[in-house]
Write a protein that binds this ligand. Structure first.
Ligand code: UDX
Length: 440
């Protein structure tokens, strides 16, 4: 099939490359000429494991090309995926200006039947809006259909997730268009659900809000565990064995960041409000999440006292491992709070440091975890990169001014760390159960 993919961010580029790899002819479109040049040279503008290799292979074999010429891409293609950004506005609602602009250009360039597929995360009703805009802009009455095909890929495993999705959701009001998109995905041999447009649009937000809810839920439980001498890791494990609950997304810690969960839950709350429904549930998910970083920094302050002049080392800055993305990363809020309290902050992240440096030039960026530990009064694990799992903790302890370890992702075994001579804090993991008295 001939496909255009508009927008070469995480979703667009990965989608384009994977469809090319499945044998389709793909034109990736972006307004940013530098990005387009990089892609055509086989250099992915984003860091994503496996993406460069897949991009280069499909460029060499002539199935993929990038361009800034959207009208040309529309004319050449049967299916056009809209994958442009929908950044939040001040009210928390997604800004649809990029989607609108693409829809208008598609309308102007229409030269025959097209299927316009929306992959950007957009509120329910956007498919109808795209249809209206295309209708308003088309010069001749060429037919087209609008489909919603939400993306569920995670950063860091985007290629794998795109090739092995748990489900493929295809929302279309016209079965003919839906069946064409089914054909496109057929080689993946994954479960497909065909729904109407509104249903597909809601599935995306309902899924992300539910995952965020699981994280905030376990974090609320973690706070209770801390007060009562319980261990949230064991609570979550036992809960997860209930098949109706499951183990995934029950890791207590610093909460969720990234480009999706915070913005999507906020947007969903707004949508619910727009339809005169109560957004409290969704707002609470965010409120619990916002409280995580201050709570963590409070633990450091409780241990060290006044942070003025104290040195705090951070391991990891990215919003999660295997990405250089720092959007809504918990590290940013933690750095801000530590600096505000007068601490000196050192940090190391395998790939995200260049992104944090312009925001916080006063942080001392290090070459590895051991350099971060040097003369630190506290070491805080923020992002659970694999390379932090098996550190030489003997060496770390010796390098530190005071051996205080704050584990924001519950990566380490508390008993082992205490045996090694650390004061150890894990989120929702009581220091010493004998210290606690329950209140009943
Ligand atoms: C997410 C969704 O998983 C994906 O389906 C959607 O399309 C986009 O948003 P992503 O933002 O890449 O993907 O990250 P994900 O791996 O889901 O993690 C999100 C955040 O939640 C991270 O900050 C992570 O540290 C945090 N998290 C995750 C927890 O704190 N606890 C958990 O148990 C799981």
């Amino acid at each position: 099939m001939k496909i255009a993919v508009v927008g070469t961010g995480y979703v667009g580029l990965v989608t384009g490359v994977v469809f090319a790899d499945l044998g389709n002819e793909v034109l990736c479109v972006d307004i940013d000429a530098a990005k387009v040049d990089a892609i055509n040279k086989g250099q992915s503008p984003i860091y994503e494991p496996g993406l460069d290799e897949l991009l280069q292979r499909n460029l060499e074999e002539g199935r993929l090309r990038a361009t800034t010429d959207l009208a040309h891409a529309v004319r050449e293609s049967e299916v056009i995926f809209i994958c442009v950004g929908t950044p939040p506005t001040e009210t928390g609602e997604p800004d649809l200006k990029y989607v609108d602009a693409v829809a208008a250009e598609i309308g102007c360039a229409l030269n025959g039947y097209k299927i316009v597929v929306n992959k950007s995360t957009v509120p329910v009703g956007t498919g109808d809006r795209v249809r209206r805009i295309i209708e308003q802009h088309r010069a001749e009455p060429h037919e087209f259909d609008v489909v919603s095909n939400p993306e569920f890929l995670r950063e860091g495993s985007a290629i794998h997730d795109t090739l092995n999705p748990d489900r493929i959701v295809i929302g279309a009001d016209n079965p003919r268009a839906a069946m064409r998109i089914v054909e496109l995905y057929a080689p993946l041999e994954r479960p497909m659900l065909i729904t109407n447009l509104a249903t597909a649009e809601i599935i995306k937000y309902a899924s992300n809000a539910f995952l965020a809810l699981k994280i905030s839920y376990i974090n609320a439980i973690a706070d209770l565990c801390e007060r009562t001498g319980a261990d949230v890791v064991q609570v979550a494990k036992a809960m997860g064995y209930d098949q109706r609950i499951g183990h995934a997304f029950l890791q207590a810690g610093l909460g969720f960041g990234g480009s999706c969960f915070p913005k999507d839950v906020q947007a969903f709350a707004r949508t619910v409000q727009r339809y005169q429904l109560d957004p409290t549930l969704f707002q609470t998910i965010l409120d619990i999440n916002h409280a995580r970083a201050p709570h963590f920094v409070a633990q450091i302050r409780n241990r060290l006292g006044d942070l003025q002049g104290k040195v705090v080392g951070l391991l990891g800055l990215a919003f999660k491992p295997n990405t250089d993305d720092i959007r809504e990363a918990r590290a940013l809020e933690i750095i801000r709070l530590l600096l505000q309290a007068g601490a000196t902050v050192k940090a190391y992240d395998p790939v995200a440091m260049p992104r944090v440096q312009p925001l916080f030039p006063e942080v001392r960026y290090c070459r590895n975890a051991y350099e971060v530990a040097e003369n630190a009064d506290a070491l805080a694990l923020i992002t659970e990169w694999n390379e932090f799992r098996q550190l030489n903790f003997e060496r770390i302890r010796q390098a530190m001014r005071q051996p205080n370890l704050f584990d924001g992702r519950n990566l380490y075994d508390p008993q082992r760390m205490r045996k090694l001579g650390f004061y150890y804090y894990g989120v929702g993991r009581a220091a010493d159960p004998s210290e606690f008295k329950t209140v009943l």
